[in-house]
Design a protein around this ligand. Structure first.
Ligand SMILES: Nc1ncnc2c1ncn2[C@@H]1O[C@H](COP(=O)(O)OP(=O)(O)OP(=O)(O)O)[C@@H](O)[C@H]1O
Ligand SMILES: [Mg+2]
Length: 425
């Protein structure tokens, strides 16, 4: 093991030699200097582990040495050898960085050994502490670096994920608007089917009556030209002719009426026109166009409108809302019900239009209630439901009509939608 190197700086030869002898005996390697100047040169040359230094010396005293090596004695123990009674010197040396002191004359050399052991331990602890601190700093630095890298990676990840999410949102929005468009076209298609069916009946009756009348007229003219016409034949014919023409007229009128209302509804559904219209009779027109769907079972629609409500709004939007609500009642609410009842109440309150739509069908379970306006929520997936009907209604009411819609329901008690639409000033 390497010996501990001790530099002894003292101008008093006898003491210096005695110290060297004593310490060499204890196994230390000793270097001597008789004044501060030589001492400094030795420090440079030998790099001692411990310095023992007298304070009062010729050429360069102990304070001079301390001043010169102030930076290195933070780690190299410096023990002052001071004359008895010079305690002020010891304090000054201590302030300048000395670690410990021994008083001359040294009566018991073991005090010197004790001081050396003490500073050796202290130096060791200091060294360990510095190493520990360095290690810690290194550790902190490397951890900081690692964290920084990790952070950068995370940021990159967040960025790329955000980009992905944005892309998929754009994609979803596209799909959604395509689906909304498709839904609109589909309801228009249904409307056209409804119209054909409805008009078929009065026109069919009209054709039957007209051909019957034609046949009767031919028979009558034959009797007349053959001179076989009796008074009773004429009376008979006239009765039929009056009845038939009345019925033909009323059926044609009905067909004309249907065409008029279908035309309005269809045009409004396909376009976005805003116009001034009577909402009550418009809703009745819409209901008429849905009549054939309602008639498949014995469902009933009751509509309460207190007074005429003229509004400047989008009729097509109302037709879409009512159509979708009724379709939902038929498909979902009245799934296993033959005698369902739908009620529509329409009134104005506090400058708002209020439309309350209710059915007495099977209702919506509580756990589904918050989801019904969410796009693509349906309990009929794979059975014709796309889950867009109520979402479209919600959007139309809130965005286009600037209103609000709320649904109340209880299982087996049907549903109730309340729609508010501000009427403006
Ligand atoms: N009148 C109702 N009675 C009972 N349940 C209803 C009623 N209206 C809507 N629902 C429930 O709300 C869900 C969502 O309705 P929505 O109209 O949005 O979609 P859908 O009718 O299933 O499909 P789509 O309208 O796109 O054809 C339905 O699947 C159904 O479970
Ligand atoms: Mg629906």
């Amino acid at each position: 093991m390497k010996k501990t190197k001790i530099l002894i700086i003292d101008d008093y030869d006898v003491l210096r030699k005695t110290i060297v002898m004593y310490l060499t005996d204890l196994g230390y390697q000793c270097i001597e200097a008789e004044n501060g100047k030589i001492g400094l040169a030795h420090i440079k040359e030998y790099q001692p582990d411990i310095i023992l230094c007298d304070l009062r010396m010729p050429v360069l005293d102990g304070f001079g040495v301390l001043r010169n090596i102030s930076s290195i004695i933070k780690t190299i123990p410096f023990i002052v050898i001071s004359g008895d009674g010079d305690i002020a010197d010891v304090i000054k040396a201590h302030q300048m960085g000395a670690w410990d002191y021994v008083i001359k004359p040294i009566k018991d050399f073991s005090i010197l050994n004790l001081a050396i052991e003490k500073v050796t331990n202290k130096a060791k602890l200091k060294k360990e502490n510095i190493e520990y601190q360095n290690n810690l700093e290194n550790l902190v630095q490397s951890r900081t670096k690692a964290l920084q890298k990790h952070k950068e990676k995370l940021e990159e990840m967040v960025l790329s994920r955000t980009q992905e999410l944005q892309n998929s949102i754009i994609e979803l929005k596209k799909t959604q608007s395509q689906l909304v468009q498709a839904e609109k076209m589909a309801s228009l298609g249904q409307l056209v089917a409804g119209i054909s069916h409805e008009i078929n009946t009065p026109v069919g009756i009209g054709v039957t009556l007209a051909s019957n009348l034609e046949a009767r007229t031919e028979m009558l003219s034959k009797l007349y030209f053959d001179n076989n016409l009796k008074k009773s034949d004429l009376e008979n014919y006239l009765e039929i002719a009056v009845d038939s023409s009345q019925m033909i007229l009323s059926n044609l009128k009905r067909a004309a009426e249907l065409i008029r209302s279908f035309k309005l509804v269809a045009v409004d559904q396909s376009s976005e026109n805003k116009r001034y219209f009577d909402l009550g009779s418009y809703i009745k027109d819409v209901l008429r166009s849905l009549q054939n769907q309602l008639k498949k079972k014995s469902h009933q629609i009751v509509i309460h409108i207190d007074e005429e409500i003229f509004i400047n709004s989008y009729p097509g939007t109302f037709s879409q809302i009512i159509t979708n609500l009724i379709q939902n009642s038929l498909i979902h609410g009245f799934e296993e019900i033959d005698y369902g009842k739908i009620t529509i109440d329409l009134f104005v309150e506090d400058n708002s239009l209020i439309l309350i739509y209710s059915d007495n069908g099977k209702g919506i379970p509580k756990e589904n209630l918050q989801k019904i306006f969410t796009p693509f929520f349906t309990t009929k997936r794979g059975k014709g439901g796309s889950g867009l009907g109520l979402h479209i209604i919600y959007n139309l009411v809130t965005t286009k009509l600037h209103g609000n819609i709320k649904c109340e329901t209880a299982k087996n008690e049907g549903i109730k939608f309340k729609i508010w639409i501000p009427l403006g000033k």
